[in-house]
Design a protein around this ligand. Structure first.
Ligand code: PEP
Length: 252
C-alpha cells in the first residue's frame, strides 16, 4: 500500500538546540491529531541521535541527509550508513541535487550509498530531477529515466520496494518557482510508468513518489491532490513548525 509522506530537509541549517526545540514543538503540535501522512525530518548528522530521542513517542521519523559510499574504515569526516542507523534515524536522503552538483555524486557513488543504506535497514529517499536547461530542451523525461537507471533500477524488486522517490526539478529548489500541479503529475506518472516497466504494476503502484521544489502551505494541497504525487520533500518551509505543519495538514 502506497504511503503519503511529508519530509523536511533542513540542509545545513539549525544548531543542535534549535533542532531539538523544533522537534519538541512539532511533537506537541501533532499530539492527538489523526494524520493522513507519515512525517519525516531530515537533519544534519550531528543532530540525529538527539532529535531521534526527542521524537520518541511521536509520529516523527528521522532521516540523515547523506551517508558515505563506504561501509567503514579510514575515511576521515565521513559518516557511514551503519552509524546513521545507530542514531535511531530510519531514512536517508540520497542523490539530492545539491550533493550531485557540489559534491559530484554520480550514479556509481549513489548506487553504493543506496545499497549500503538498505543493508543497514535505512530507507533511502532517492532524489531525481532535471536542471532548467534540460526542462527547456524537453529532456526531463529522459533525465529522470537515466537517474533511475544508473542508481536504483539495479536493485531487486524487494529492495526497490523500500525506496522512496523524490522528484525535485532543480530549477524549483529554493527558487520560489514551483512545478505546476499538472507538470508534477505528468512527470510523476511518467516515473511510475518506468517503475512499472522495470518491476511490474504492483511495485509501481506501491512506490511513494514525493514532489520537492518550493513546496509550501499555499501550494501543497493542490500538488498532493494529484494522483501520482504522494507528498513532498520540503526544504525552506521545513525550517519552522509554523510553515511545516500546514503542509502536513494538506493531507487532512
Ligand atoms: C529541497 O532541498 O529538497 C527542497 C525541495 O528545497 P525547497 O523546498 O526550499 O525548494
Amino acid at each position: 500500500m502506497r504511503k503519503n509522506i511529508v519530509a523536511g530537509n533542513w540542509k545545513m541549517n539549525k544548531t543542535l538546540s534549535e533542532g531539538i526545540s523544533f522537534i519538541g514543538e512539532l511533537k506537541a503540535a501533532l499530539a492527538g491529531k489523526s494524520l493522513h501522512c507519515d512525517v519525516i525530518i531530515g537533519a544534519p548528522f550531528i543532530h540525529l541521535a538527539s532529535i531521534a530521542k526527542e521524537a520518541e513517542g511521536s509520529p516523527v521519523a528521522i532521516a540523515a541527509e547523506n551517508c558515505a559510499d563506504k561501509a567503514e574504515g579510514a575515511y576521515t569526516g565521513e559518516v557511514s550508513a551503519a552509524q546513521v542507523a545507530s542514531t535511531g534515524a530510519r531514512y536517508v536522503i540520497l542523490g539530492h541535487s545539491e550533493r550531485r552538483a557540489y559534491y559530484h555524486e554520480d550514479g556509481a557513488i549513489l548506487t553504493d550509498k543506496v545499497r549500503l543504506a538498505l543493508a543497514e535497514g535505512l530507507a533511502p529517499i532517492f532524489c531525481i530531477g532535471e536542471v532548467k536547461e534540460e526542462r527547456e530542451a524537453g529532456k526531463h523525461f529522459e533525465v529522470v529515466e537515466q537517474q533511475l537507471e544508473e542508481a536504483v533500477f539495479s536493485l531487486s524488486a524487494e529492495d526497490f520496494g523500500k525506496v522512496v522517490l523524490a522528484y525535485e526539478p532543480v530549477w524549483a529548489i529554493g527558487t520560489g518557482l514551483t512545478a505546476s500541479s499538472a507538470q508534477a503529475q505528468e512527470i510523476h506518472a511518467h516515473i511510475r510508468s518506468l517503475i512499472a516497466k522495470k518491476y511490474g504494476a504492483q511495485v509501481a503502484e506501491d512506490c511513494t513518489i514525493l514532489y520537492g521544489g518550493s513546496c509550501n502551505a499555499g501550494n501543497a494541497k493542490e500538488l498532493f491532490s494529484q494522483p501520482d504525487v504522494d507528498g513532498g520533500l520540503i526544504g525552506g518551509a521545513s525550517l519552522s513548525v509554523e510553515k511545516f505543519l500546514p503542509i502536513i495538514e494538506a493531507f487532512n
